[in-house]
Design a protein around this ligand. Structure first.
Ligand code: ZN
Length: 252
């Protein structure tokens, strides 16, 4: 069986465009995570939002709403619902690679109790440093759940076969990482929040809390890895989802 890559949108975040560094009034950003069906085990890159966020009164959702960041999470878009729609059992997920520890990337961990979390060492340490975690908004309640954790340091070949590679892209958070996924006939770089939107490649408009110099360098690094057929999948770009998704959202 060859490797297969799928994309799942787990809710949206409606906020002032300026807060995400784009032009216009408001932006309604999709919050994707990715499913890698690999012969050595079902793997996720990021895992979406906490299921509790379907409730407008969920604690963190209310906190975000006060900052004009409005989470939309219909019941059929939760991490588990998305996995089941793809006919995958959430309990069968062996690894969750986390790009970083923000709520919209690590929030769904509670639905994958059997998975080993694969994360950059410096990101995991940031999550447990109260001062750094507060500065970058890394909510421990979502990721400190007793999973088996494998910390890595820099570039990492996930399966030892060159198909899936963790690419450090620090700056959005202290230990942010992106992921390259090669299948037999495609090559994708999943930037996650190293680049929210396609437009950011040009604008270099990064979020206020981020280390902008590091983000610039990280984005240059990812762009330098592009081959003629490489597709870049950005962290929250509405143009890559909706009616014409950049990745399959259904099993063939
Ligand atoms: Zn983020």
């Amino acid at each position: 069986m060859a490797l297969k890559l799928y994309g799942c949108v787990c809710g949206h975040l409606d906020s002032a465009a300026a807060s995400m560094g784009v032009a216009g009034e408001r932006v309604r950003a999709p919050m994707p995570f990715y499913v890698i069906d690999h012969p050595k085990g079902l793997t996720l890159f990021d895992c979406g939002l906490h299921e509790g966020m379907t409730d407008p009164d969920e604690r963190y959702r209310r906190l975000l709403a006060k900052q004009d960041m409005n989470v939309e999470l219909p019941p059929d878009e939760t991490p588990a619902a998305r996995m089941e729609a793809l006919d995958f059992d959430p309990a069968a997920v062996k690894q969750v690679v986390l790009s970083h520890l923000h709520f919209d990337h690590a929030g769904g961990l509670h639905r994958f109790p059997n998975a080993t979390v694969v994360v950059q060492k410096r990101e995991w340490e940031a999550g447990f440093d109260d001062e750094v975690a507060a500065r970058y908004g890394l909510p421990k309640a979502y990721f400190d759940l007793g999973h088996k954790v494998k910390t890595i340091d820099g570039e990492h070949d996930l399966f030892g076969d060159g198909s899936v590679t963790c690419l450090p892209s620090y700056g959005h958070t202290p230990g942010h990482q992106s992921l390259r996924v090669r299948t037999e006939d495609s090559d994708h770089i999943l930037t996650s929040d190293a680049c929210y939107f396609c437009d950011v490649v040009r604008s270099r408009s990064f979020p206020a809390f981020a280390d902008k110099a590091a983000m610039n360098q990280a984005l240059d690094g990812l762009l330098g890895l592009m081959e003629p057929d490489t597709v870049m999948v950005f962290g929250h770009d509405p143009d890559q989802w909706g009616d014409a998704p950049v990745l399959p959202t259904r099993r063939a």
